[in-house]
Write a protein that binds this ligand. Structure first.
Ligand SMILES: [Zn+2]
Length: 127
């Protein structure tokens, strides 16, 4: 490979890294704006879990499916996520909901039985 090719690759890598930084910053700013302004109306909840063998209990939690913020139900209790949850789910489903997935067009805000318990299905790519 000629020397210039290595230099070109190096320049391209620098360009890509700069673009990644710019996009990360934009994503952070959008996330901040979203969580600050979200009405938190699409909230799920998971019950507390008692791990008796370990002498440990995990508090109940709520997550807003739109902006993704999570709160614990104990201690000071729910502060931003006070609205009644649309569904109480297993801790498994709650964990799955952590990923920011495209919200499938369901008409109603989520259910369709919580979009098949958050397989998030229905990737509509009809071509
Ligand atoms: Zn929210």
């Amino acid at each position: 490979m000629p020397k210039e090719e290595f230099l070109k690759m190096r320049e391209r890598i620098i360009e890509i890294e700069n673009l990644k930084n710019k996009l990360n910053k934009e994503s952070e700013n959008l996330t901040e704006t979203l969580t600050e302004n979200c009405p938190h109306e699409v909230v799920i909840e998971t019950n507390y879990i008692s791990y008796e063998a370990l002498g440990y209990t995990r508090s109940p939690q709520r997550r807003c499916l739109i902006c993704g913020i999570v709160e614990d139900g104990w201690g000071c209790g729910y502060r931003k996520l006070k609205k009644r949850p649309i569904k109480v789910v297993s801790s498994d489903v709650f964990r799955k909901s952590r990923e920011l997935e495209p919200l499938v067009q369901t008409g109603a805000m989520i259910p369709k039985s919580l979009i098949k318990e958050l397989g998030w299905e229905e990737k509509k790519d009809k071509k």
